[in-house]
Design a protein around this ligand. Structure first.
Ligand code: SF4
Ligand code: SF4
Length: 104
């Protein structure tokens, strides 16, 4: 697979191999590269309906969700004071930490 330019900060590093369904999420990024979720499509202005999510970021050898980490940046809010609260709400909505649920 070609490099995904949508991942912010990867600098050419490779992501982990996708685990099996139900395994702990290892940050492979497959789900979000394949299809941006409803959070991205509804809250990132002008996000394309198809293609990788524009909020994919790279940290410590894995993909991380930028809408959890710094939602104000992607939502184009004037400041980041609400990032922690909004990021927590998005993490809950996405089920972050519940294991890989990418079936496709
Ligand atoms: S949920 Fe699954 S496919 Fe998505 S990043 Fe985590 S391990 Fe990869
Ligand atoms: S908003 Fe986060 S969980 Fe949703 S597709 Fe983008 S990176 Fe993945």
């Amino acid at each position: 697979m070609a490099a995904v330019v949508a991942i912010d900060g990867a600098n050419g590093n490779r992501l982990p191999v996708r685990p099996t369904y139900g395994s702990p999420c290892n940050g492979c990024g497959y789900c979000c590269v394949t299809q941006a979720c409803a959070v991205a499509l509804e809250h990132i202005p002008d996000h394309p309906a198809e293609g990788p999510c524009q909020a994919m970021e790279y940290e410590d050898g894995r993909f991380v969700c930028g809408m959890i980490r710094r939602p104000g940046h992607y939502m184009r809010l004037p400041n980041d004071w609400a990032d922690e609260v909004i990021g927590d709400m998005i993490a809950t909505a996405l089920g972050a930490g519940r294991g890989c649920d990418a079936e496709f």
